[in-house]
Write a protein that binds this ligand. Structure first.
Ligand SMILES: Cc1ncc(COP(=O)(O)O)c(C=O)c1O
Length: 403
């Protein structure tokens, strides 16, 4: 049977694939260190679990309104005021099955065939494919270490045309951890004021910020953009709730209504008990975040310093999220890498290097090409200090064989 044409446009999520491969090797008894995972390694805090258990005991196990229970919508409205100084009405927010689903729904609502979505690279692996699934065209703006992996208004302007429907801002970013300053957002906002383009700000890593910096949303810099901006967020990363699948978005009421219509004809509603858990996450004691941040800060220093000690590797210091995106271009130029090019059948250099590291060092990393930058690798430091130390040692030994 011939399957749908749209399948030919997309590929499986590289990050999920690397994590699955590392887990399956571990299950076979291979001692693999996984740097692939895109989720905090902490357990979901107990009060959040208790709220789900209470919801179960109270029989909150039925369909809910498609766009989420009113209690959660109200909590999200309060969260936007409390954390972001943004005012929304309950009718301007909706709850989805994870931040990924929020973006998926939004693309289904916004895009007609051929509409362009501007995606700054390095990007989260799912943006281009979700745009393609909605018959849109991803337009990638490449950035590198020179601009700290951020776009400038000049770069953005060059990519805007009549077909541009939306632009994505993901700050702090997966995979680079780069975060826009208020001034940088203001500069982008001033340009975007001149166009009828939807601004999608994916703030899922907003609470994981380092180096004494502060997170800002483009609406903090340019409030005039509110009617054109959709703010996406979720509980996965902030509260270590990746498996619960709760994401949300805020913005124009008409768009929100249409998102809820798409949702009503697909998943009906996010899981009832997970929604009650999310109410507790958002409204309950927030001290868990500081504890998580302390661990991430320590691990970030460890991994950045460790990677920079390896010949041929240059690693920037991320401002947020829990990833590093070291540049490995110099390794590609080494004599020893010729053997990797010949022996590994992968179709990009970063994939070949990742395969080599898995085989030689038993370390799983994600090739940068999956994020739109073949000169880099992505390592998540959402893993134990012990694994980071051991993983770095193995990477160093394997790379030293090449340089
Ligand atoms: C940039 C970015 N946005 C959104 C998400 C979605 O997360 P979830 O669907 O678990 O809420 C992720 C997860 O990796 C991400 O990295």
């Amino acid at each position: 049977m011939e399957l749908a044409y749209r399948l030919k446009k997309i590929k499986p999520s590289a990050t999920l694939a690397v994590t699955a491969l590392a887990n399956s090797l571990k299950a076979q008894g291979v001692d693999v260190i996984g740097f692939g995972s895109g989720e905090p390694d902490f357990d979901t805090p107990q009060p959040i679990k208790d709220a789900a258990i209470k919801a179960l005991a109270d029989g909150k196990t039925k369909y809910t309104p498609s766009g989420g229970i009113p209690e959660l919508k109200k909590a999200i409205v309060q969260k936007f005021k409390r954390d972001n100084n943004l005012e929304y009405k309950v009718s301007e927010v909706t709850v989805n099955c994870g931040g990924k689903h929020s973006f998926y729904n939004l693309m289904q609502v916004l895009l007609n065939s051929g509409d362009e979505v501007i995606i700054p690279a390095p990007y989260w692996v799912s943006y281009p494919d979700i745009v393609l699934l909605a018959d849109g065209t991803p337009v990638v703006i490449h950035t590198d270490e020179l601009t700290n992996f951020k776009i400038t208004p000049e770069m953005l302007k060059k990519h805007i045309n009549k077909k541009t429907k939306a632009v994505i801002i993901n700050s702090p970013s997966n995979p680079t951890g780069s975060m826009y300053t208020l001034d940088e957002l203001k500069a982008l906002g001033e340009l975007l004021k001149n166009y009828d383009i939807c601004i999608i700000t994916d703030d899922i890593y907003e609470s994981i910020v380092y180096n004494g910096k502060k997170f800002y949303n483009i609406l903090n810099a340019t409030p005039e953009l509110k009617s054109k901006t959709m703010v996406l967020n979720g509980v996965s990363k902030t509260y270590s709730m990746t498996g619960w699948r709760i994401g949300y978005m805020a913005g124009d009421e008409t768009i929100i209504k249409q998102v809820e219509m798409v949702q009503s004809q697909s998943v009906s509603n996010p899981t009832s008990i997970a929604q009650w858990a999310a109410v507790e996450a958002i409204m309950g004691n927030q001290s868990f975040i500081d504890e998580m941040l302390q661990a991430f800060t320590r691990r970030k220093e460890m991994i950045v310093n460790g990677l920079n000690e390896i010949n041929g590797v240059e690693c920037h210091n991320p401002d947020g999220a829990f990833y590093v995106f070291p540049n490995v271009k110099k390794i590609y130029q080494c004599n020893g890498f010729k053997h990797i090019i010949d022996n590994y059948k992968d179709d990009s250099l970063s994939s070949k290097l990742s395969s080599y590291l898995l085989e030689e060092a038993r370390v799983a990393v994600v090739p940068g090409v999956a994020f739109g930058s073949d000169n880099n690798l992505r390592l998540s430091f959402a893993t134990s200090d012990k694994s980071i130390i051991e993983g770095l040692k193995r990477i160093k030994e394997a790379i030293e064989k090449l340089v």
